[in-house]
Design a binder for this molecule. Sequence first.
Ligand code: PLP
Length: 456
Amino acid sequence: MSNKPLLPTTEALRALDQAHHLHPFTDVGAYQKSGGRIVTRGEHIYFYDSEGSKVLDGMSGLWCCNLGYSQPKIVEAIHEQLQVLPFYNNFFQCSNDMAVKMAEAMAQVTPEHLNHVFFTNSGSEANDTNIKIVHRYYQILGKPEKKHFIARNNAYHGSTVAASSLSGMTFMHDQYTGIDYVHHIQQPYYFGEGGDLTPEEFGLQAARELEKKIEELGEDKVAAFIAEPIQGAGGVIIPPDTYWPEIQRICNEHDILLISDEVICGFGRTGSWFGCQTYGFKPDLMTFAKAVTNGFQALGGVMISDKIAEVLAQGKGDFAHGMTYSGHPVACAAGLATLDILRSQHTIENMAKEIGPYFEQRWKSLEDHPIVGEARAKNMVAALELVKHKGSKERLAPNAAASIVCRDQAIKEGLLVRAVGEAMVCAPPIVCSKQDIDTIIERMFRALDYTAKQYL
Ligand code: PLP
């Protein structure tokens, strides 16, 4: 007889999960009845569940395992750090060596003018930090009334109270009262909201919504505009080329700080290190998290421009903000190992030359399918819109039911993609091969065929 302990069965795990575990962004009552998939192992670009299914992870975990699940150098760095210094904080005139090295590395890999970092444990906390940095900045400059933030409809900036307020998803706002100095404007969603305009005209129009909002609130009251270079969780909203240059002009002319939330776009997703580089704009602050450690440790933060850091340094007294684990040495060790892989192997540059364009081209070919109204992609992030009739934008079923059918079928085909409204979303690891991408497209196509059969 083997001495190996018996693994709990899926049924036993599921029962415990339903009894004790409240899940993020999940219908509590429905989940307690249905339970879910229990993932037990990850390897390269695949995960395995407790029932033995092997699924190609078209979402890189939760947009974070950009290098896939098998990265022994990151694991070794975590292991080593745990043996040397498993914890030390960065409060009270103290630092730990890993946080120092990680701060320097982040200054090196981010745009030239971003040389200062405040570490957090997540993207949500980093966006809360943005608000506090911006308010402190204007206080020191003697303009405390400049405190309003403008964000976009359907944006996702996290789920703490302040980050939820910045987020523009109405279903989130329905459940709690957000902070009252955040305002939302139109998203640059051409397929859904472009009407009869060309993409270029629509990009300018959507950007000018920012100018209108600034004028409505008063330039002396508006502190900052925050946006994702490509809106990810909102359904991969890829802006027309005219959008970001116009946003930059408006922020410059109206003296509004520009915050790029790079939690999804950062670390290669859009073909450059950061989404602001892909679109050629210059943020004053930049939020990062997720892929900074390849998802292996909880680390996030804000990159701060020299201009803002100089002002913060003039403030009297403590900057009253920080988390116990800000700059946790183990998380920073994981981050350093991740950046080391990206830099020494030129992962992002190589991927942007070959695999990114290949994925874009193959994903866009899905537009040939009769129920796909638009297939859009930028490097390794993509979405497609499900429709009943090409050209009409009429949807297949009410309440976005078809996208759920398509997502569930894709999992049966061995591919995890996400359903966001009427869109199917995919952001696979950037280490996919061409063959892996062909597999993604074949499986996605079969899921689309199945969905078409249900509704047409
Ligand atoms: N910002 C963006 C653009 C995100 O996509 C997310 C999470 O998906 C967040 C912020 C929040 O990050 P976290 O879940 O680490 O708090």
